[in-house]
Design a binder for this molecule. Structure first.
Ligand SMILES: [Cu+2]
Length: 122
C-alpha cells in the first residue's frame, strides 16, 4: 500500500513537472497531509470535507487551476496564496464547530469557491 502511494506521488510529481495541469483530478495525498482539497477554476474539489472534533487536521491544498487561489476562514485562518500547479499543507483546527471556508481572491467566493468543513464526533 505504502509503495503504491509512493508510485502515485511520483507520477503526480512527473505530471506537475511536465506542466500538465489538464489531467483529471487524482486522489494523490502527500505523506504530510490528512486530507486533500484541490482548487480548480473555479471551485474546490471536494467542496465538503469532514474533520474530527478537537483534532488538528493537516489539509493539503493543491492548485490544479490556471490562476492563484487561497483558502480562508472567518476566524482569521488563511492559507496564503497557492500558485497554479503548486500545493501546500496547512494545519487546520482543532475545530469544534462546522464552518465554511472560501477563496478570498476577489470574485471567487461569489463564483462558488466555498469549502464546507463539517466537524464530526472525534
Ligand atoms: Cu480562487
Amino acid at each position: 500500500m505504502r509503495r503504491q502511494r509512493d508510485v502515485i506521488a511520483a507520477a503526480t510529481l512527473l505530471a506537475l513537472t511536465a506542466g500538465c495541469v489538464a489531467e483529471p483530478l487524482d486522489a494523490a495525498l502527500p505523506d504530510d497531509a490528512d486530507v486533500l482539497v484541490v482548487a480548480e477554476d473555479i471551485f474546490f474539489a471536494p467542496d465538503r470535507i469532514e474533520v474530527p472534533a478537537g483534532e488538528v487536521v493537516r489539509l493539503h491544498l493543491r492548485n490544479d487551476g490556471g490562476i492563484v487561489h487561497d483558502l480562508v476562514l472567518d476566524d482569521g485562518w488563511e492559507s496564503g496564496d497557492v500558485l497554479p500547479g503548486q500545493g501546500a499543507t496547512f494545519e487546520l483546527g482543532p475545530r469544534t464547530t462546522s464552518t465554511v471556508a472560501w477563496c478570498s481572491i476577489p470574485g471567487h467566493r461569489d463564483a462558488g469557491m466555498e469549502l464546507e468543513i463539517v466537524v464530526t464526533d472525534g
